[in-house]
Ligand binder design. Structure first.
Ligand SMILES: [Zn+2]
Length: 264
């Protein structure tokens, strides 16, 4: 898969031409971001999440001359929203190739998305601390809780939640009854539902990093890789219906932008 090869080779390579200028923009946007991202204390089930209507309330009063403008998150701002490693559309490369088994194609891609997401989170995990991220959040109104074995909702710091997701997914990927690797062994009937659950949890990690650690992604010159990786992930999810619209709500504006550009 050429994208992942490019992704690996290009890791850590600076893709910016005017670093100083972008750092200045970054600082400005970080300041705006800090003033705009008020964490909510509301907690939602890991299965369900709802959008806070606080932004609607705010819009209702935005005609007042005293209402401050609502700055966009850094990742939705120029030039970052346009930054990509891969030009063109991902729609063609996510399609099931001729003569390839559907289960094998889904398993291979899931394994690769997980591997690279795990790798990237490993790089930025030093910025994701109990102090910086006391909850698993993905923008205003989206806090996720973990369901334990007895279906009890537990609120963990983001780092703990993400560790649990990565371990849980890794165990699924290594479970021969779910992801069989021996020839002739079929994928189980529950395979699509398992994939949907894995993709939902991976999406939350994408969303947490976009909202809480995009400054670190930019600082490490990874924004082109990151944006293209996300576009590939979304394109694949759309092709095989692995994500529900409700689950992708935190990054709806970014996804709509990618769709409008014909990238996903
Ligand atoms: Zn974090």
């Amino acid at each position: 898969m050429s994208f992942f090869n490019n992704f690996s080779r290009g890791f850590g390579r600076s893709s910016r031409k005017n670093k100083q200028q972008q750092q200045q923009q970054q600082q400005q946007q970080q300041q705006q971001q800090q003033s705009s991202f008020l964490r909510t204390s509301s907690s939602h089930s890991s299965v369900q999440s709802t959008v806070s209507n606080s932004s609607n309330n705010f819009k209702a009063s935005s005609s007042s001359q005293y209402a401050p403008p609502v700055p966009k998150p850094m990742f939705l701002s120029q030039p970052f929203i346009r930054t990509a490693l891969v030009k063109g559309s991902f729609k063609t490369i996510v399609v099931l190739p001729k003569y390839v088994d559907m289960g094998e194609w889904l398993a291979l891609n899931t394994f690769e998305f997980f591997t690279y997401l795990n790798l990237i989170y490993g790089i930025i995990s030093e910025f994701c601390t109990v102090q910086s991220c006391p909850a698993m959040s993905a923008g205003p109104g989206f806090d996720y809780t973990w369901l334990d074995g007895s279906k009890k909702q537990i609120r963990f710091p983001a780092s703990r939640y993400i560790d649990l997701v990565l371990t849980w997914t890794n165990n699924k990927l290594n479970d021969q009854s779910i992801f069989p690797t021996k020839a002739g062994v079929p994928f189980p009937p529950s395979f699509p539902v398992t994939l949907q659950n894995i993709f939902k949890q991976m999406f939350r990690i994408f969303a947490h990093i976009y909202y809480n650690h995009f400054d670190a992604i930019v600082h490490l010159s990874m924004e082109a890789h990151w944006n293209s990786f996300f576009a590939h992930f979304i394109s694949f999810s759309k092709e095989f219906e692995l994500l529900d619209k409700r689950d992708t709500e935190p990054l709806r504006e970014l996804i709509e932008w990618l769709e409008a550009q014909g990238k996903v």
